[in-house]
Design a protein. Structure first.
Length: 228
């Protein structure tokens, strides 16, 4: 089953008797496949689990993996389908310990780093690492910086960070090696909510700079937006 594909698909592998693992060549292709399968599920489709460059798809129908692979190969992943996604506006204090390091790595000033981070729409490609931790892809690569050479043993809850072309918010205190540029008081994971994760896969995010205590808000009069 492992063979080259088209339209963003690198290879497809069998994952047991009830699943396939699709390797893709970009985060955009991951998001496209995930959203197309959410909009039009295959027969017997159970779970679609995206990661940085892979999507695991499982089925309830034995012997269905070959048909699933053929279906996936027939999809055009060069564009992300238009869907309704929640727009989250995250108020952020830009006081991160690595802000100067990010500025140096990108050749931008501190102010330009903040302007670039707040001046684009970020899309949640997938969740991982910790509950509520969303990997956000931007509209350009101006803030593509590497992880820290020495990870921190404890990153504060609500830290806004950058690494490897992604931005993210730490939902709880944990070890981490991302570059910290600010913090927010937004609750990324709350079991008392109907949907515990504030930012779900496919949602869009705008970061709004504030000077003092940061709070999370939804855009006035517009809790959803067409397209990622």
């Amino acid at each position: 089953m492992a063979q080259p594909g088209l339209h963003g698909i690198a290879r497809i592998h069998a994952a047991g008797d009830h699943g396939i693992l699709v390797e893709l060549d970009s985060a955009a292709a991951v998001l496209s496949l995930q959203q197309q399968l959410a909009a039009a599920p295959m027969a017997g489709q159970l779970d679609v689990v995206p990661a940085a460059r892979t999507v695991l798809i499982t089925t309830s129908i034995p012997g269905q993996t070959g048909r699933m692979a053929a279906h996936v190969r027939g999809l055009d992943l060069s564009t992300v389908p238009t869907t309704r996604s929640t727009l989250q506006i995250i108020d952020t204090v830009y006081d991160g310990a690595d802000l100067d390091a990010v500025a140096e790595a990108t050749g931008l000033s501190r102010e330009a780093v903040i302007a670039s981070h707040t001046g684009q729409v970020w899309t949640s490609a997938f969740l991982g690492f910790a509950p509520g931790f969303a990997y956000l892809t931007g509209e350009n690569n101006s803030l593509d910086v590497p992880r820290r050479s020495s990870p921190r043993t404890s990153v504060p809850t609500g830290s806004v960070a950058l690494a490897g072309g992604y931005s993210a918010i730490y939902p709880r205190s944990s070890p981490g090696g991302w570059q910290l540029i600010g913090h927010t008081a937004a609750r990324l994971w709350d079991l008392d909510r109907e949907s515990p994760a504030l930012i779900r896969a496919g949602d869009t995010v705008r970061f709004r700079p504030v000077r003092d205590v940061a709070v999370r808000a939804v855009a006035p009069g517009s809790t959803t937006t067409d397209g990622p």
